[in-house]
Design a protein around this ligand. Structure first.
Ligand SMILES: Cc1cc2nc3c(=O)[nH]c(=O)nc-3n(C[C@H](O)[C@H](O)[C@H](O)COP(=O)(O)OP(=O)(O)OC[C@H]3O[C@@H](n4cnc5c(N)ncnc54)[C@H](O)[C@@H]3O)c2cc1C
Length: 439
């Protein structure tokens, strides 16, 4: 029996979670039970995997286990960009190998379309808008990124519009940016509302246990998952718990639990909306990866996301939250001087699972244990499609997307501690200071 040393502990201040329709969490598991399929982690990846297993194996019961409440983890606390386009930060034009980029885009679009269909089919109120995204720059380095990315998009045959400084306030209100690359295919969502809606519409042969952190695991012909109040014995286990899979003994020293932070304002008054100007809702991602993400939501709040910390245990740490509220406020004031009295109602952090080579794991981890892990900060679309395809692969289906994912080399190895922590922390500090005004 191996102890799971790190279990999730997110902060309680995520605006999306509190502003989404309340739901009653499903009861935790008590006692001992067995199941053919057990999925660990009910974020976008686990919800998609459980749903698809249920469809592929209609006579089986699928057990889905979540340590917290659904919507409380990273899937409910992200910035809500369901992104279509690939963005390979290792390539000069951010597109790189065209064949890989096309498959990557097909994966993202498949994930996006699965979500759009479910939202429509089940009437999920999650502010979904297919309104595209602006990638915006203020520093010369950022502008060079946009110019390079536009060449990559030409190569990929994708639509875009380059918007100059003087026209940008008509789009996003703020006159802060010098240039933006608009691409129309991204959908914006209220993430906690979406995951709560997804859970409420799971097929009837999925049994979800919330507030049930797995604390010990024993592998063998069957996998025994132990928690505070009992045990679940599984024929087959799917791990969809991102960086926490390292505590289950997999991809150890290959994933990086990096936290990033967001704040959401109160609703703007009509007068403030008029002062801001621009379109009624939009999303901006930074040209510099260490820069600031912004959103104006359909209910007229503004979101700011920036700042990173390396929380090696994958758990929230209040000291960072306190530190980054101030940075969010400074970023907000630089962009929205016309809204001096608008304060944040919520500030929270959440975990990304990153790998140094930007690769994910898909497929078998050991006998009867499988995983779709490490979606490198793009989990809304990527997690949805990889969870779905993992269940398809286990159901015996074959296609070129599954072949592509199975052929991935997966996350590469990190240097050992203490070099790792020192290196990651230095990189985060350096990246954030290099972002300059874009932070
Ligand atoms: C502030 C922020 C902004 C982001 N913005 C975006 C964005 O705009 N677009 C985008 O695509 N992505 C974004 N991301 C990343 C995105 O949230 C993740 O990629 C996504 O949540 C990954 O989904 P997942 O289902 O694989 O993992 P998670 O959402 O992390 O779900 C894994 C689940 O496993 C559970 N779990 C872990 N260990 C155990 C255990 N021992 N027992 C039981 N359950 C366990 C956790 O509680 C968790 O709910 C952002 C993230 C943050 C924090």
């Amino acid at each position: 029996m191996s102890k799971i040393r790190n279990t999730p502990a997110d902060d309680s201040s995520c605006g999306w979670f509190h502003l989404s329709p309340p739901r009653t969490a499903r009861p935790p598991h008590f006692g001992v039970r067995s199941a053919r399929w057990v999925v660990v982690g009910a974020g976008f990846t686990g919800l998609a995997a459980a749903r698809q297993l249920a469809l592929n194996f209609p006579d089986d019961e699928i057990v889905l286990i979540e340590a917290q409440e659904v919507g409380y983890g990273a899937s409910g606390r992200n910035a809500g960009f369901a992104i279509d386009l690939p963005h390979d930060i290792g390539a000069d034009d951010y597109i790189g190998d065209i064949k890989t980029a096309k498959i990557s885009m097909e994966l993202n679009l498949t994930g996006q379309s699965i979500l759009k269909d479910l939202v429509e089919q089940h009437g999920i109120e999650c502010q979904l808008r297919l309104c595209g995204k602006y990638q915006a720059a203020v520093e010369p380095r950022g502008i060079a990124v946009l110019d390079a990315y536009r060449l990559g998009l030409d190569k990929l045959g994708q639509e875009y519009e380059m918007i100059e400084e003087k026209d940008l306030p008509n789009h996003i209100g703020t006159p802060f940016y010098r240039k933006a690359l608009f691409t129309p295919g991204t959908a914006l969502i209220q993430p906690a509302a979406l995951v709560k809606g997804l859970v409420n519409s799971l097929p009837s042969n999925v049994t979800l246990y919330e507030n049930t952190p797995i604390t010990e695991v024993q592998y063998g012909e069957k996998t025994v998952l132990t928690h505070e109040f009992g045990q679940i014995v599984a024929d087959k286990v799917l791990l969809t718990n991102n960086a926490f899979a390292m505590s289950f003994g997999f991809l150890k020293g290959r994933m990086l639990p990096i936290f990033t932070y967001a704040s959401l304002t109160r609703q703007l008054t009509e007068e403030e909306q008029a002062r801001l100007g621009g379109r009624p809702y939009w999303g901006v991602i930074p040209a510099d990866p260490f820069g600031t993400t912004l959103r104006r939501t359909t209910d007229n709040r503004l979101l700011v996301r920036n700042s990173f910390s390396f929380n090696a245990d994958g758990r929230s740490n209040p000291k960072y939250l306190q530190r980054f509220i101030q940075r969010h406020k400074e970023s907000f004031d630089r962009r929205f001087p016309m809204l001096p009295d608008v304060n944040f109602e919520y500030t929270w952090g959440g975990s990304l699972a990153l790998s140094r080579n930007h690769m994910a794991h898909f497929g078998q981890l050991k006998d009867n244990v499988y995983g779709a892990l490490c979606c490198n900060g793009l989990g809304i679309t990527r997690g949805t499609v990889t969870g779905t395809l993992l269940a398809d692969w286990l159901g015996g289906k074959k296609n070129h997307l599954i072949d592509f994912l199975l052929a991935s080399p997966g996350p590469n190895r990190n240097p050992p501690e203490p070099i790792l922590s020192a290196g990651v922390n230095m990189n985060l500090l350096w990246g954030q200071s290099r972002a300059g005004k874009e932070s």
